[in-house]
Design a protein around this ligand. Structure first.
Ligand code: GRF
Length: 230
């Protein structure tokens, strides 16, 4: 269960990342400048030597990076990774650019909520190449979503989203570049909200301020999450 404000120990966040780690860096920066009152208790990765692990080490955060070749199969590696997580007693695990699909049984048995950030306005465009797909579909709006990671790829309930306009002559690369800083703000705002105790996350549903969340919260221009306007 998420901790409530006022409990003695700070909220314990664990992060899984596979690559560049810019979302992880946004969390570290927000923690360091006081915008995010959490302990980052572990950064885990499936890519030893990736930039995300370097960023965590530079910030003095405990890390674990597993190599798939050291394990008989994917499930064995995921079990090992989740054992490391369990040892750190996280209140929340966030997948911040973690590019490996996690074994369904391992996800299902995790005792803490797991959130993932995905660069599309889910349920649109689960999977890869989201910017190009939004462009090809002629969408006028694009964005990113933070959702509960379940056994369905990019398919769990969506907690929060950020939207950006698609501009004339946009390319997938330009869209990705414009979206990334908004993803960072979304990530920080979503973790802050969960750490505040106002959100209850379960694989089937999300509760916000005591009621079922009917539509994803939206990040406004002040980087606050607000209910969707209808
Ligand atoms: C982000 O675009 C995120 O939405 C996606 O992977 C990217 C990770 O970037 N899932 P970084 O590693 O955090 O820089």
């Amino acid at each position: 269960m998420p901790r409530r404000p006022g409990e003695d120990e700070p909220f314990r966040l664990a992060v899984l990342a596979s690559g560049r780690g810019s979302n992880l860096q946004a969390l570290i920066d927000a923690r360091d400048d006081g915008r995010l009152p959490v302990d980052i208790v572990l950064v885990g990765s499936d890519r030893p030597g990736c930039a995300a692990i370097g960023r965590a080490q530079a910030a003095g955060i405990a890390t674990v990076a597993l190599d798939r070749r050291d394990y008989a199969d994917r499930a064995a590696m995921d079990r090992a990774l989740f054992d490391y997580l369990a040892a750190r007693r996280p209140d929340l695990v966030i997948l911040a650019g973690y590019m490996r699909i996690i074994d369904a049984a391992v996800i299902d048995s995790a005792p803490w909520p797991i959130l993932n950030i995905h660069p599309s306005l889910l349920p649109k465009y689960p999977g890869l190449d989201t910017h190009a797909r939004a462009l090809a579909a002629g969408d006028r709006e694009h964005g990113a979503s933070i959702h509960i990671a379940t056994v369905l790829l990019d398919g769990g309930p969506v907690l929060a989203q950020v939207r950006i306009p698609v501009l004339p002559d946009d390319s997938p690369e330009q869209m990705a570049e414009r979206l990334l800083p908004r993803e960072h703000a979304l990530m920080v705002a979503a973790v802050r909200l969960v750490a505040s105790g106002r959100v209850l996350l379960s694989p089937a549903r999300i509760q916000f301020d005591g009621a079922r969340l009917a539509a994803p919260l939206q990040l406004d221009d002040n980087d606050e999450l607000v209910p969707a306007s209808h």
